[in-house]
Design a protein around this ligand. Sequence first.
Ligand code: LIP
Length: 295
Amino acid sequence: MSQPLLSSRPPSNTRALAAAVAAAHEAGELMKKNLRRAKQVNESHQHDIKLELDVQCQKLITRALATVFPSIPVLGEEGIDAASEKAVARWVVDPIDGTVNFAYGIPHAAVSIALEVRTEDGFKSEVGVVYDPFMNDLWTAIRGKPARLNGRITQVSTRARLDESIVSLGFAKSQDSLEAAQADFLELTHRVRKLRIMGSAALALTYVACGRFDAYVEAGVRLWDIAAGGLIVECAGGSFVTQSLPGEHRYGLIASNGLIHDQIPHARTSMAKPKSPSPKGESKVRTRSKSRPQS
Ligand code: LIP
């Protein structure tokens, strides 16, 4: 992969958002065209599938973004530009989040694109886009501004009781993450209204952001699954707490409306909400707090 000349300054968030939305729509069109078609499988494991369409969609997105920002490298599920580790800004891309759903023709998958900017404590999402081409739902966020669903301001739910809440769980790919999810499943089943296991981290996060879910918990997701959706939850007034796990860009997370966070397993231990809320819009990388932007 050619080394783009790294820009010395991050792009404007508004221009970056427009470029990410255009790229997401292009990839979404390709997904829609292929949902019911036979798909070329590049790799198949018990709990995971890699499609040629994942690779094609990432190439499409990378090309579209490079026409506007040729010097910003891409860190993506289907290939990481080595320059992305040194850059002042980088795109974090999951071309098809929910690939197993998509491979089986289940219309619950999305394009996820985030712009991360380097700060003194590492990279931080500044712009987030998640596009569900099957529902034609587009979630967007710019740090410090309200999150939007199809252009309209969206916010997390106000449900404060776990027994009135819908909580989504993610069952990732590795043995340890599956065991963690099973333990959460057993603990939460009797305490929530309903559990939902839908198979896309990006959509689970955006469903929290617009109040369809009240929380989402998963161990073993990757940065590209969550970089955009996590910012969208924060800009919708929710809580997004992550914990680094062994493996490349691998995390455990709890995302919620903030009101039920402490009632969720691990919330009081490994993924407690930070004591002192960060200044409005600013968050320490990897531990994020509730910051309801001015609507
Ligand atoms: C998927 C995540 C999901 C997780 C799966 C997989 P992919 O991402 O969205 O939450 O449970 O194991 O990681 O691989 O479809 O981009």
